[in-house]
Design a protein around this ligand. Structure first.
Ligand SMILES: Cc1cc2nc3c(=O)[nH]c(=O)nc-3n(C[C@H](O)[C@H](O)[C@H](O)COP(=O)(O)OP(=O)(O)OC[C@H]3O[C@@H](n4cnc5c(N)ncnc54)[C@H](O)[C@@H]3O)c2cc1C
Length: 500
């Protein structure tokens, strides 16, 4: 039996930050047990064509006015910190039939979106007991009540523009709680280039002997005096404190009896408060696809381009004729069902980040919501991926002024015929939904959920010795890198005080 003061389960940003803080505070013995063969967790920088670098996990520092990690980075010298670029920009918005819809002064879709989000917020503000609706239903309610004030085009395109929120929450509008929709941004967003620099900086602050990768934790046993952590290699470490940082999706399996990869058996089992809180929280699946071209043959004026899901010209007629909003919701719900078998990429909102503008790299990083993420992450074949996205990709390039058809060259055999031809060299995709140690992207809320419950239950901890950190255990920065980082700091500080 190995004896330690502290064991940390997981070497994502929360676990690494906790370890670095414990070391700074004089803790002498700590082990970080990480199941994967790498550190960083949902921060994962990979190399693509010609060694171009992309983040397949988090990409941005959000809320840069209050983001503790960002502020820590600002205090470092240029060579110590990861570079970043503020990339907030108004959206270029296009759809399959009409092309660009953001330039039409008669539509003002982004202003209407703001009003719609405001409308949703006011709806719940009226009374604490107001029943939650899914976001799709909220959009229909808004259209119905404001139909006298909206043009047919506004009615047609606003719902699809409103779906850009799916790319924040990682779930589709019919699964998204309207009550938990609002995101109060605290400052601009900065695209990080790249997150591995931050991960390795924090990891380098930890003594080498503390970290054990490729070591999955199987059991956490608390006998009231000590905690015993057992790994898949059969090793048991006894400690005074343990910090569990595994994602919410993995922790949820500890409440189910079935064994599975990543699952941790808690003895005694997770307490009732934690168990109940899991009834009121869900998990999203934001995904990414990177399209790498040989040369940039499109406009680099704007950094973010939103491709809309398809809309129906009949929608405004139906809204205007409706007598009852609940029936209208049902009718429009049936009209907007989708199937993946059709191979149609026009069913979802997709956000393209124009890397050529931000970093001079001729690629697009595309963000997609669930359930599309699950479907795409199950396809590994690049030709099939291209087949699925080609219609939307051709349209994106056309929108940005490149009219020639895409030439595929995954074998890297062609010499680019001229600077106007888009030659696609490679496609990269995320695999978070099929990754046993992630099972998705981050916490999200379905109708009726209350994210506070899980945060309160986990920050109250299992016992004072079995503690939790991670993006799902904190309200400020919930779901974000900086929230996870802060939660690691919080737990380390508690333990260091106690040990002192
Ligand atoms: C596609 C995507 C895009 C995102 N975009 C952003 C963004 O732009 N900005 C932002 O702020 N946030 C973003 N996020 C969220 C952000 O990445 C996470 O909030 C943050 O990285 C979570 O850190 P963590 O330490 O809580 O968890 P993790 O990074 O998941 O760390 C937990 C660790 O526990 C390990 N583990 C799991 N089970 C076991 C076990 N049984 N034994 C041992 N180890 C185990 C895992 O391997 C992992 O390394 C994004 C996430 C995704 C997936």
């Amino acid at each position: 039996m190995i004896e330690n003061q502290v064991v940390i389960i997981g070497a994502g940003i929360s676990g690494l930050k906790a370890a670095s803080e414990l070391y700074k505070r004089g803790v002498k013995s700590c082990t970080i047990l990480e199941a994967r063969d790498r550190v960083g967790g949902r921060l994962h920088t990979v190399s693509g064509y010609q060694n171009r670098r992309y983040d397949l996990g988090a990409s941005w520092h959000h809320d840069t006015l209050v983001n503790g990690l960002f502020l820590e980075e600002l205090n470092l010298s240029d060579d110590q910190r990861a570079s970043f670029v503020f990339d907030d920009d108004s959206l270029v918005i296009f759809d399959a039939e009409k092309g660009r819809v953001d330039q039409d002064p008669g539509m003002v879709l982004e202003i209407l979106l703001e009003e719609l989000l405001n409308y949703s917020e006011l709806h719940f503000f009226e009374d604490l007991g107001v029943q939650d609706l899914n976001y799709f239903q909220m959009v229909v309610k808004y259209l119905y009540e404001r139909r006298g004030l909206l043009t047919d085009d506004q009615m047609r395109y606003l719902p699809q523009v409103a779906r850009c929120m799916e790319l924040w929450h990682g779930i589709d509008w019919k699964s998204q709680s309207s009550k938990c929709l609002e995101i109060a941004h605290q400052g601009r967003n900065a695209l990080v280039l790249n997150y591995d620099k931050i991960v390795h900086r924090i990891a380098s602050e930890i003594p080498e002997g503390w970290l054990q990768i490729s070591t999955e934790v199987k059991e956490v046993r608390d006998d009231g005096k000590n905690v015993f952590v057992t790994t898949s290699k059969g090793e048991t470490i006894s400690c005074e404190y343990v910090i569990v940082t595994v994602p919410q999706s993995i922790l949820a399996h500890s409440l189910q009896p079935e064994p599975r990869v990543g699952r941790i058996e808690f003895v005694p089992p997770l307490n009732a408060k934690i168990e109940n809180a899991f009834q009121k929280t869900h998990y999203g699946a934001l995904g990414k696809v990177v399209f790498e071209f040989d040369e940039c043959c499109w406009s680099t004026q704007r950094s973010h381009i939103l491709s809309l899901g398809k809309s129906s010209s009949n929608l405004s007629k139906k809204v205007r004729a409706a007598q009852d909003v609940t029936l209208l919701m049902k009718e429009l719900d049936a009209d907007t069902k989708y199937e993946f078998q059709s191979g149609d990429s026009w069913d979802f909102p997709l956000l393209f980040v124009n890397m050529a503008k931000l970093t001079d790299v001729p690629s697009f990083v595309m963000l997609m919501p669930n359930p599309l993420t699950k479907y795409i992450e199950s396809i590994r074949d690049k030709d099939k991926l291209l087949e699925f996205f080609q219609p939307v990709l051709e349209n994106l390039l056309k929108t940005l002024g490149c009219t020639e058809p895409i030439i595929k060259d995954f074998e890297d055999k062609l010499v680019t015929p001229n600077k106007k031809t888009p030659v696609l060299k490679n496609i990269l995709t995320t695999s978070w939904t099929v990754d046993d140690y992630a099972l998705g992207s981050y916490s999200s809320c379905e109708p009726g959920d209350d994210p506070m419950d899980l945060v309160l239950a986990l920050s109250d901890n299992q016992t004072s010795r079995v503690r939790f950190a991670g993006e799902h255990t904190i309200m400020d920065g919930a779901g974000c890198v900086y929230g996870a980082w802060q939660s690691g700091k919080r737990e380390a500080s508690f333990i260091a005080d106690k040990l002192a």
